[in-house]
Design a protein around this ligand. Structure first.
Ligand code: HEC
Length: 154
């Protein structure tokens, strides 16, 4: 009797395992293919840095600084002609990514606060900053990813 119970238990375990394994294996097997496809597609289209910067701006900064970069007077600063945008790229990186305030931005100018973008990697940040410096009527030199990485200690 006890042996029969044991046998059933063993069988059930075996069935559970064999029933489970294909469903576990499927996503694992599919993932490398999807990842490879992503890399290939990216390599084939590799968007110019300006597009990347524009996309990051549209997705993260527009709610406050607006599509035009003009902000909202008295609420959110304009990025057009902003000394922070056009100044030292390291200070710009520290402000946007780490929330470290440049000296040229005294506390209390605005009643609102800015978010921090700690997830932003140097290459993405550099693309974004290059976009800011060449948009909204700004004409500043592009920002190098290495300079951003150095500023952020990465
Ligand atoms: C939630 C609203 C909000 C979002 C989103 C936001 N900002 Fe800001 N930003 C502010 C506010 C408020 C200030 C002024 C902060 C202060 O002076 O303390 C500011 C200031 C700045 C400044 C300094 C401008 C100057 O000359 O005074 C820069 C540069 C800047 N933001 C860039 C960005 C970038 C790039 C993004 C997107 C990645 C972004 N901000 C997203 C609200 C926002």
């Amino acid at each position: 009797m006890q042996r029969a119970v044991l046998l059933i238990t063993a069988l059930a375990t075996l069935m559970a395992c064999s029933a489970k394994s294909p469903s576990v294996a499927t996503p694992d097997a599919a993932a490398p293919g999807v990842a490879t496809l992503g890399v290939v597609m990216q390599a084939a289209h590799s968007p110019p840095a300006a597009d990347v910067g524009e996309r990051i701006y549209s997705g993260n900064c527009v709610p406050c600084h607006q599509q035009s970069g003009q902000g909202i007077p008295g609420v959110y600063p304009s990025l057009a002609g902003s000394p922070v945008v056009l100044g030292d790229p390291k200070q710009l990186a520290l402000w946007v990514v780490k929330g470290q305030r440049p000296l040229s931005m005294p506390v209390g100018r605005y009643p609102t606060v800015m978010l921090q973008f700690g997830w932003m990697k140097p290459a993405a940040a550099a693309a974004l900053f290059s976009y800011l410096r060449s948009s909204f009527g700004n004409s500043g030199a592009p920002v190098d990813a290495d300079v951003v990485a150095q500023a952020l200690g990465q």
